[in-house]
Unconditional design. Structure first.
Length: 222
């Protein structure tokens, strides 16, 4: 028997955003309680990079692939692993953090659990978040040639305190200038309940015409 767990946050009006600049707006359009025929709501995302979402090459490349340009099967990952790298401040996660990790060389999806998710709802979650170092992208490509995506439990590839390095890191992962294969990023994940052993992960994106990134529902089977 398989079990399933949700690895994405539910979109709410208090969903945090990178730099605290964007909002999720949910309001009632019609209500049975008010005597109307049906319940319906309006959902507004002031940025498509808010909540649990995936970044793809178009986010940092003028002609990079969009979410809708990939075969739908690319959103299913059969070889997945969670690693624990505890972080409590605005550091950059780099190759040295992986020196003592035991990761399957054939991995497709790497989930980095730092524990920073515990600060979600506080200003520190967006103001003091960890990020990924630019040099980590090529390190992961070399060590894990089948890697297609990294996900993590903090708000962005970019640490708010290291924005210049964050821009370089986004490009290094999503749109490398040396022609290397792109590595997607799933930002702002919920990994506190992620199991150690995962059979499969499905990343279900909201399919939008200009999909430089989009909200995703992430479901793990274990």
């Amino acid at each position: 028997m398989s079990n399933f767990v949700l690895l994405s946050h539910i979109l709410k009006q208090d969903t945090p955003s990178y730099g605290n600049r964007d909002k999720v707006i949910i309001r009632v359009n019609s209500s049975i309680k008010a005597g109307e025929t049906a319940n319906s709501s309006c959902l507004v995302l002031s940025n498509n990079h808010i909540g649990t979402h995936v970044d793809v090459p178009r986010h940092f490349s003028i002609d990079g692939k969009r979410t809708i340009d990939y075969p739908i099967g690319d959103y299913v990952f059969e070889k997945c692993q969670v690693i624990d790298l505890p972080k409590t401040n605005a550091c950059l996660i780099g190759p040295n953090d992986f020196d003592s990790t035991d990761i399957d060389s054939g991995i497709e999806l790497l989930l980095i659990r730092t524990g920073y998710e515990s600060l979600r709802g506080q200003d520190a979650y967006w103001n003091d978040n960890p990020g990924l170092a630019p040099e980590l992208a090529d390190y992961l490509r070399e060590r894990f040639p089948n890697l297609r995506c990294v996900g993590f439990d903090f708000i962005s590839v970019t640490s708010w305190k290291h924005r210049a390095e964050g821009r370089l890191a986004h490009k290094a992962f999503l749109a490398p200038e040396n022609g290397s294969k792109e590595i997607w990023a799933i930002e702002d994940m919920s990994l506190k309940d992620a199991p150690t052993i995962i059979k499969r992960v499905v990343v279900a994106p909201l399919m939008v015409e200009d999909g430089n990134g989009t909200a995703v529902t992430v479901i793990a089977e274990y």
